[in-house]
Design a protein around this ligand. Sequence first.
Ligand code: CTP
Length: 404
Amino acid sequence: MTDSPPDLRGRRILLGVCGGIAAYKAADLSRRLIEAGADVQVVMTDNAARFVGAATFQALTGKPVRDSLWDAQAESHMGHIELARWADLILVAPASANTLARLAHGLADDLLATLVLASDRPLAVAPAMNRLMWNAPATQDNLATLRARGVRVLGPGAGFQACGETGEGRMREPSDLRDDVAGLLGPHGPLAGRHAVVTAGPTREPIDPVRFITNRSSGKQGYALARALAQLGARVSLISGPTQLAVPPGCVRIEVETAAQMCAAALDAAASAELFVGTAAVADYRVQDVATDKIKKTGTTMQLALVRNDDILVRVRAARPDLFMVGFAAETENLEAHARDKLARKQLNLIAANRVGPGRAFDVDDNQLSVYWAGGQRELASAPKDVLARELALLIAEHFVTGP
Ligand code: CTP
């Protein structure tokens, strides 16, 4: 399960609700699908209406529930054949033993069964029934038939059942079904199927076994951007210095500490990437001779010799001249001049620049960005980092898709 809803914006889900006590969970499921951005049309069977009211679904989805083939008003608005084609996915949850049998045998004796028969869209069912009904040979045969036709059977889970028994047959939890739906529909958006690498967070340069040099970067902007790129369909490798943040959905995290480790991981991931975004606050220098033992205090002053770290963006560009690359610039003054200098020097396609200083950008939730590219610029106004990340991800996708 993911820690936040997947992105189902623009996806159309026809949710078939059958009779059974789990019908009440279908209300929660429809709410979770809507929260994830999906457009949900509920179709109820007659038996479902005995367990939960159509008004509940109507209030949650903002759409009248469809429950009859013979509703002249609803049919004139969107006929059942049109409705069958409207959906990106038909999900029957809960799917009763009776409806599974009707679907397996191709009956068209109510609206839901007719829609399934009239649709060429992917069909998923989430069975919910008593454990004996689930294990009945007839039910298992029907499921085998449905599976053989490519129908996805989600669950059921095992556990306590409303009838007082314990066993297999519980409907999968609504949040799990929502995530299943996202998985079945697959990534979509302008970056669907593209591999993006994002570096994020600070690096730590050791001085001795207990001390290190680091900076104030929290990683929030980089993580928000990684999440936003994943929401646009990208498969994201997130190369991260030490942070307190959870891995965003759709991202695989590669944890590093030093700039040298981040550089090696970046070169490795970039080999198969199409998009590279450097948000990390990489230490420009590392300690020349890291002490193997804890350094003892001696004089009133001490000196550390530092050596330059490689610039990760420069190294990646040298290895991949064709890669679409985005950098960040944190500046206290002359924002545009410094940012454009880095854009050219690091041979980037885009650079996102922000002013830093006390109370600005590092470790705060709001930020603002000026984005520059050869021959253009765009201002992204002050906003929470996740909103800004979404806007920047869209801008990156726009430039990536249309080319430099
Ligand atoms: N960067 C990098 N590797 C480094 C240093 C920086 O990949 N060793 C990347 C950062 O992730 C960011 C961009 O380069 O995308 C700009 O980083 P910044 O530290 O602001 O710029 P510098 O190149 O270090 O320039 P200066 O020190 O002059 O500000």
